[in-house]
Ligand binder design. Structure first.
Ligand code: GDP
Length: 394
């Protein structure tokens, strides 16, 4: 276990006081409430742009869905609706991608358009264009800005641009991308938008080009409490994303461990401590979902990449990945990891006391839960990296 000083914890108001007053039930209730809130933080992302720009394809790619799958946004069809259509993320329905009609389809000026689609509910807007940004796009961006909301310009289908240029003798991908970017920026400048940032994206290859940069930018701009919601739905486009997911979960470990220490609970066979198994099943399911290691996510990844499902499963080590997480399965895994953890926890109990004044048994429980979950988290993150390499590694 790393040095306890490394533990990152955001304070949950009232927990420390409750524990100091020996009111473990109140402490547990506060932690549980906080974890639940974190899990359900809504994030509403608006995707707008003219018909054919690639909105639906982007919505599907972001959610890891194939275009012809059930629940996918229909692609390649001419827009007929003037309503925003919500598409929840399959593993995190609190994150919603909204496919908006093109502003041109509605024939409304920007202000009316935003009212029509209900702009208040969106955390930010992505304005997509496959060709050149138009006056409508700029007017919309300006209006969004007036409404104190954020927007991001995305130039889509950049794989097409690259493909077209590739035939040229002196082809350079970098140079091509720079030309496209400069052209977009210049065009937007001409329409009255000074030095905008434009992200070049291919929905067929999110792991290439600027999609990662788009995530970094969104992450920087979002309020801190919404960042993890975005992070957990991000497709695993590189090892860095997987590492960030792991770190985010690690920050929550402290409270899960405290909860297990404070909670009256089910004794785990083989572990001399008590843990709240339902909470742990929830936490581990969350890891598996965010890493895309649940069976439906792996199947979708296989469909999208063409790498057989069995080949993806073959690189997985954790018994919790590509499996249904039941209490029995988790207890079995925890018991295996837990035996070593309990022994080590006893040694460390004396030097690691989370809150002054709580009994040693609780400290032991805390450390054991922390270690067990940490081990599971690390193993799943490693599996996610291996699956990523298998699916997308060049
Ligand atoms: P929408 O009307 O804005 O929702 O556009 P769609 O998502 O339906 O896309 C229109 C067409 O562009 C479809 O045939 C898509 O397959 C294609 N398309 C969308 N995104 C991309 C992309 O990133 N690369 C390529 N090559 N084609 C794309």
């Amino acid at each position: 276990m790393e040095d306890p000083d490394d533990l990152y914890m955001e304070d949950i108001p009232g927990v420390k006081e409750a524990l100091q007053n020996n009111d473990t039930a109140a402490a547990a209730a506060k932690i549980q409430e906080n974890l639940k809130q974190q899990h359900n933080i809504p994030l509403n992302i608006a995707i707008t742009g003219e018909s054919g720009a690639g909105k639906s394809t982007f919505v599907n790619a972001f959610r890891g869905l194939c275009d012809d799958e059930e629940g996918a946004a229909p692609t390649g069809v001419t827009e007929t609706t003037s309503e925003a259509t919500p598409y929840p993320h399959p593993n995190y329905p609190n994150v919603m991608l909204w496919d908006l009609p093109g502003i041109g389809t509605t024939k409304f000026p920007a202000k009316k358009y935003l009212k029509l689609v209900g702009f208040e509910k969106f955390d930010f807007f992505i304005i997509i264009s496959a060709t050149r940004f138009m006056e409508n796009d700029v007017k919309l961006a300006q209006e969004i800005q007036k409404m104190k909301k954020k927007f991001y310009f995305v130039h889509s289908k950049v794989d097409n641009d690259i493909q077209a240029e590739r035939r040229k003798r002196d082809f350079s991908a970098e140079r091509t991308l720079k030309v496209i970017r400069d052209d977009c920026v210049q065009r937007l400048g001409g329409l009255g938008f000074e030095s905008p940032q434009v992200f070049l994206v291919s929905s067929f290859e999110l792991h290439l080009y600027d999609f990662n940069l788009l995530h970094q930018t969104l992450d920087r701009d979002l309020p801190s409490k919404k960042r993890d919601a975005l992070l957990f739905v991000m497709p695993n486009i590189n090892p860095e994303i997987i590492r960030k997911k792991k770190e985010a979960f690690k920050r929550r470990l402290y409270w899960l461990a405290t909860l297990s220490a404070a909670g009256a609970a089910v004794p785990v066979p083989g572990l001399s401590i008590a843990v709240d198994v339902a909470v742990l099943v929830g936490a581990v399911t969350d890891y598996v979902f965010a890493f895309g290691l649940d069976i439906p996510s792996l199947k979708r990844l296989s469909d999208r990449t063409g790498v057989p499902y069995a080949d993806l499963c073959a690189v997985i080590f954790s018994p919790l990945a590509a499996a249904e997480i039941t209490t029995e399965l988790l207890l079995k895994v925890m018991t295996q990891v837990g035996r070593t953890a309990t022994l080590m926890a006893a040694e460390e109990a004396s030097r690691f006391i989370p809150f002054i004044g709580i009994p040693v048994a609780m400290v032991l429980s805390f450390i054991t839960t922390y270690k067990v979950l940490n081990a599971i988290l690390s193993e799943l993150a490693e599996d996610a990296e291996k699956v990523f390499e298998k699916a997308l590694g060049q």
